[in-house]
Ligand binder design. Sequence first.
Ligand code: HC1
Ligand code: SF4
Length: 574
Amino acid sequence: NVNIKINGLNVSAPAGSTILEAARLAGIKIPTLCFLKDINEIGACRMCIVEVKGARNLVAACVHPINEGMEVLTNTPQLIESRKRTLELILSNHEKKCLSCVRSGKCELQELCQELGVEDEDRFAGESPHYELDDSAPHMIRDNNKCILCRRCSAVCEKVQAVGVIGPNNRGFETFIGSAFDMGLGDTSCVSCGQCIAACPTGALYEKDFVDDVLAAIADPTKHVVVQPAPSVRAALGEEFGYPMGTDVEGKMAAALRRIGFDKVFDTDFSADLTIMEEANEFLGRVQNGGVLPMMTSCSPGWIKYCEHYYPDLLDHLSSCKSPQQMFGAITKTYYAEKMGIDPKDIVCVSVMPCTAKKFEIGRDDQNAAGVPDVDISITTRELARLIRKVGIDFRVLPDEGFDDPLGESTGAAVIFGATGGVMEAALRTAVEKLTGEELANVEFTDVRGTEGIKEAVYHVAGMDVKVAVASGLSNAKVLMDKIRAGEADYHFIEIMCCPGGCVNGGGQPQVHADVRNFEDVRAIRAKVLYDNDSAKTLRKSHDNPSIKKVYEEYLGEPGSEKAHHILHTSYVK
Ligand code: HC1
Ligand code: SF4
């Protein structure tokens, strides 16, 4: 360890720590704005400046390493004044419409101004450029009038997602974040992941909001409106209502959805089980009949779009299964519609997703089993929180309730879909039993758990070595894809999720303040909710779900049947 003094206090921190990290160990908070650990470490915004004894200039605590005997001051009146000045300069050309801003109350800029006591937000008011909103992408809006040029979005897009479609254009006062040639985001190869939104400290980036469309559908007496929340929503929605990160709010979420007025409160977990039935069957088919291997999972629409853009030569590796979101809509508008005697045209299927790319997925081709779109409206976890507030539901006093039948029943295999490795584990629970014909002694495949970007495992099943890999975050997916393209990989089955850590960390989840994000493993904390939810269940294998068995008996026949193919499978665009 290295020993230093911060504000006169002795602090001992691991060698290689930054001043920011050492201060955190001592319970001293140094404000940051542009800093995102491992992603945007540019020391540019000057919020975290501190005094180091003997140094000629103020240094940026976020990137400055500590060394033995260093003496640091973090909170002198001059430092506070300087940070205040920095904020006033940012505000000089910032559109300060805080009252109506989607980020108000959770904006990192607003919070810093409050903490540091910025009273005169117009101190340096002067010339201010005006930017048109970019609403060209299917999932989000970019509002440069609220951008503070921290570059957190572009760093995530390039480094974490290996997409790199946004970045600074022009120089000096004219600098703005945009795409090459100032194209609309919708004209680039943006994959709609929303990780830039999750990284943005202000209200400059936000999802397209469909809360009012949901309310209009519910108010329309001719419509039967059903809702399906994704596995990961229950692991994070509570954060919007003051629950600590890592709280499972499944029961309150169901209660809230019912009080919003949906006709049926179903669950995407049901169709995650359905996906496993089809996907495990497809996998076994490919293994037994010499089909294209490795097979790759297809439930993450940002990943699908990435694969279509960058690896069109490998599209045959993708499973033809629709995602659980889409399978849910498809089975609702066929099986459920017939059972209930409702015209599919009169059903509105709303999904609640931790994901912004799901807004893009609902508009894809070949996602309309009943001749109408499988899913009509897709909202994010954040939009659901807004919807709950808008209609005046007091979330914290709600009772725990369950889901409705028949599309609300699920197993533990389904809920873990939201964590990286979860789809693989769920598929193995079913595929291994089908291959061996024997009941699994232990359903937990722990090698594919955890938040590492790339995981590998080999399982010996029925005399065969099944080699699997799991990647999350597109920069990790790229590593696997390049290996496969080069013929250097011999996997059988690969799970890829677009967002790092999987859906629990999706671009539509409650935004996490950089203060937390930089020091805690948000993905692991939320993933634990799903694994705990799974282990508390009696049924933990998709093929044991009684409602799923019934769908096959009454309607689909066998997994992979012609009818199942027509309703539950899709195609991709080269
Ligand atoms: Fe996901 Fe999926 S796990 S893609 O991450 O396969 O969004 O949670 O709903 O569709 O089930 C997201 C989550 C989600 C689908 C499922
Ligand atoms: Fe990049 Fe994803 Fe944002 Fe698109 S949505 S700009 S791919 S980070």
